[in-house]
Design a protein around this ligand. Sequence first.
Ligand SMILES: [Cu+2]
Length: 170
Amino acid sequence: MTMSMFGLEKLGLVAGGLFSLLPCACSSSSSGGGGTASNPPSLCSTDMRATVYTSNMVVKGTTGTFSVRLDAVDPWPLVKGENTLTVTVVDAAGNPVTDATLTLKPFMPDHGHGSSIIPLVGPTKADGSIEIDHVNTFMPGIWQLTFTVTKPSATGAQSDSSVVTFCVPD
Ligand SMILES: [Cu+2]
Protein backbone atom coordinates (compact mmCIF):
# COMPACT_ATOMS: atom_id res chain seq x y z
CA MET A 1 0.00 0.00 0.00
CA THR A 2 2.69 2.43 1.04
CA MET A 3 4.91 1.14 -1.71
CA SER A 4 2.23 1.60 -4.38
CA MET A 5 1.46 5.13 -3.16
CA PHE A 6 5.14 5.89 -3.27
CA GLY A 7 5.15 4.45 -6.74
CA LEU A 8 2.28 6.73 -7.80
CA GLU A 9 4.00 9.67 -6.21
CA LYS A 10 7.09 8.89 -8.26
CA LEU A 11 4.97 8.63 -11.38
CA GLY A 12 3.30 11.92 -10.51
CA LEU A 13 6.65 13.61 -10.09
CA VAL A 14 7.82 12.21 -13.40
CA ALA A 15 4.59 13.28 -15.09
CA GLY A 16 4.81 16.69 -13.41
CA GLY A 17 8.32 17.00 -14.68
CA LEU A 18 7.16 16.21 -18.19
CA PHE A 19 4.27 18.66 -17.98
CA SER A 20 6.52 21.37 -16.69
CA LEU A 21 8.72 20.91 -19.71
CA LEU A 22 5.91 20.72 -22.24
CA PRO A 23 4.35 24.15 -21.57
CA CYS A 24 7.80 25.66 -21.96
CA ALA A 25 8.22 24.13 -25.40
CA CYS A 26 4.65 25.14 -26.21
CA SER A 27 4.80 28.73 -25.04
CA SER A 28 8.04 29.45 -26.84
CA SER A 29 6.41 28.62 -30.16
CA SER A 30 2.91 30.04 -29.60
CA SER A 31 3.79 33.36 -28.00
CA GLY A 32 6.93 33.94 -30.03
CA GLY A 33 5.23 36.69 -31.99
CA GLY A 34 4.68 38.81 -28.93
CA GLY A 35 1.17 37.63 -28.23
CA THR A 36 -0.75 40.47 -29.87
CA ALA A 37 -1.85 40.28 -33.47
CA SER A 38 -1.58 43.85 -34.77
CA ASN A 39 -2.62 45.24 -38.13
CA PRO A 40 0.17 46.40 -40.40
CA PRO A 41 0.89 50.11 -39.84
CA SER A 42 -1.00 52.33 -42.26
CA LEU A 43 0.70 54.27 -45.01
CA CYS A 44 -0.02 57.60 -43.34
CA SER A 45 0.87 56.73 -39.76
CA THR A 46 4.44 55.90 -40.74
CA ASP A 47 5.17 58.86 -43.04
CA MET A 48 6.78 61.59 -40.96
CA ARG A 49 6.15 64.22 -43.64
CA ALA A 50 2.41 64.06 -43.14
CA THR A 51 0.74 66.89 -41.26
CA VAL A 52 -2.32 66.08 -39.17
CA TYR A 53 -5.10 68.60 -39.65
CA THR A 54 -6.15 70.54 -36.60
CA SER A 55 -9.07 72.95 -36.48
CA ASN A 56 -8.22 76.43 -37.83
CA MET A 57 -4.59 75.51 -38.38
CA VAL A 58 -2.58 78.27 -40.01
CA VAL A 59 -0.21 77.40 -42.83
CA LYS A 60 2.43 80.13 -42.89
CA GLY A 61 3.44 81.70 -46.16
CA THR A 62 7.04 81.34 -47.26
CA THR A 63 7.64 85.10 -47.15
CA GLY A 64 5.47 85.73 -44.07
CA THR A 65 3.26 88.24 -45.89
CA PHE A 66 0.16 86.05 -46.01
CA SER A 67 -0.84 82.77 -44.43
CA VAL A 68 -3.71 80.43 -45.15
CA ARG A 69 -5.94 79.36 -42.29
CA LEU A 70 -7.59 76.00 -42.87
CA ASP A 71 -11.06 76.50 -41.40
CA ALA A 72 -12.33 73.12 -42.55
CA VAL A 73 -11.06 70.06 -44.37
CA ASP A 74 -13.94 67.91 -45.55
CA PRO A 75 -13.51 65.07 -45.12
CA TRP A 76 -10.57 64.54 -42.80
CA PRO A 77 -8.55 62.51 -43.53
CA LEU A 78 -8.68 63.43 -47.18
CA VAL A 79 -10.14 60.74 -49.41
CA LYS A 80 -8.96 59.37 -52.73
CA GLY A 81 -11.12 61.61 -54.88
CA GLU A 82 -12.99 64.83 -54.24
CA ASN A 83 -12.44 66.90 -51.12
CA THR A 84 -13.58 70.35 -50.07
CA LEU A 85 -11.53 72.86 -48.12
CA THR A 86 -12.68 76.05 -46.46
CA VAL A 87 -9.84 78.52 -46.01
CA THR A 88 -9.23 82.12 -45.07
CA VAL A 89 -6.26 84.15 -46.24
CA VAL A 90 -4.83 86.04 -43.29
CA ASP A 91 -2.16 88.69 -42.99
CA ALA A 92 0.86 88.59 -40.70
CA ALA A 93 -1.34 89.73 -37.80
CA GLY A 94 -3.87 86.98 -38.44
CA ASN A 95 -6.56 89.29 -39.82
CA PRO A 96 -8.61 88.07 -42.82
CA VAL A 97 -7.60 89.43 -46.21
CA THR A 98 -10.68 89.79 -48.39
CA ASP A 99 -9.21 91.32 -51.55
CA ALA A 100 -6.64 88.68 -52.50
CA THR A 101 -6.86 86.04 -55.17
CA LEU A 102 -6.13 82.45 -54.27
CA THR A 103 -5.16 79.36 -56.20
CA LEU A 104 -4.56 75.83 -54.97
CA LYS A 105 -2.31 73.27 -56.62
CA PRO A 106 -2.23 69.67 -55.37
CA PHE A 107 0.99 67.76 -56.09
CA MET A 108 2.34 64.31 -55.31
CA PRO A 109 6.08 64.75 -54.73
CA ASP A 110 6.81 61.01 -54.67
CA HIS A 111 5.29 60.52 -58.12
CA GLY A 112 6.07 63.92 -59.62
CA HIS A 113 2.52 64.66 -60.71
CA GLY A 114 -0.37 66.89 -59.83
CA SER A 115 -4.05 66.49 -60.48
CA SER A 116 -5.60 67.12 -63.87
CA ILE A 117 -8.67 68.45 -62.09
CA ILE A 118 -8.11 72.07 -61.12
CA PRO A 119 -9.53 72.92 -57.69
CA LEU A 120 -12.48 75.29 -57.93
CA VAL A 121 -11.84 78.34 -55.76
CA GLY A 122 -15.11 79.98 -54.78
CA PRO A 123 -15.75 83.66 -54.08
CA THR A 124 -14.38 85.32 -50.97
CA LYS A 125 -17.19 85.70 -48.47
CA ALA A 126 -17.67 88.74 -46.23
CA ASP A 127 -15.77 87.06 -43.38
CA GLY A 128 -12.89 86.26 -45.71
CA SER A 129 -13.60 82.54 -45.98
CA ILE A 130 -13.28 80.79 -49.31
CA GLU A 131 -14.65 77.39 -50.24
CA ILE A 132 -12.46 75.30 -52.51
CA ASP A 133 -14.18 72.37 -54.22
CA HIS A 134 -12.81 69.56 -56.39
CA VAL A 135 -9.60 69.15 -54.44
CA ASN A 136 -8.92 65.91 -56.26
CA THR A 137 -6.34 63.85 -54.40
CA PHE A 138 -6.94 60.72 -56.41
CA MET A 139 -4.11 58.51 -55.13
CA PRO A 140 -3.15 57.35 -51.65
CA GLY A 141 0.05 58.85 -50.30
CA ILE A 142 1.65 62.21 -49.67
CA TRP A 143 0.09 65.27 -51.29
CA GLN A 144 1.49 68.79 -51.11
CA LEU A 145 -1.19 71.43 -51.30
CA THR A 146 0.29 74.74 -52.44
CA PHE A 147 -1.83 77.83 -51.90
CA THR A 148 -0.74 80.91 -53.82
CA VAL A 149 -2.06 84.26 -52.65
CA THR A 150 -1.82 87.42 -54.72
CA LYS A 151 -3.06 90.77 -53.52
CA PRO A 152 -3.23 93.68 -55.94
CA SER A 153 -1.75 96.90 -54.69
CA ALA A 154 -1.12 100.35 -56.10
CA THR A 155 2.54 99.91 -55.28
CA GLY A 156 2.79 96.46 -56.87
CA ALA A 157 1.12 93.16 -56.17
CA GLN A 158 2.04 91.26 -53.02
CA SER A 159 2.14 87.51 -53.20
CA ASP A 160 2.97 84.56 -51.01
CA SER A 161 2.58 80.81 -51.06
CA SER A 162 1.80 78.32 -48.32
CA VAL A 163 2.39 74.60 -48.52
CA VAL A 164 0.76 71.96 -46.35
CA THR A 165 1.56 68.27 -46.65
CA PHE A 166 -1.29 65.84 -46.08
CA CYS A 167 -1.45 62.10 -46.47
CA VAL A 168 -4.31 60.34 -48.21
CA PRO A 169 -4.87 56.89 -46.70
CA ASP A 170 -5.26 53.82 -48.90
CU1 LIG B 1 0.61 59.60 -57.44
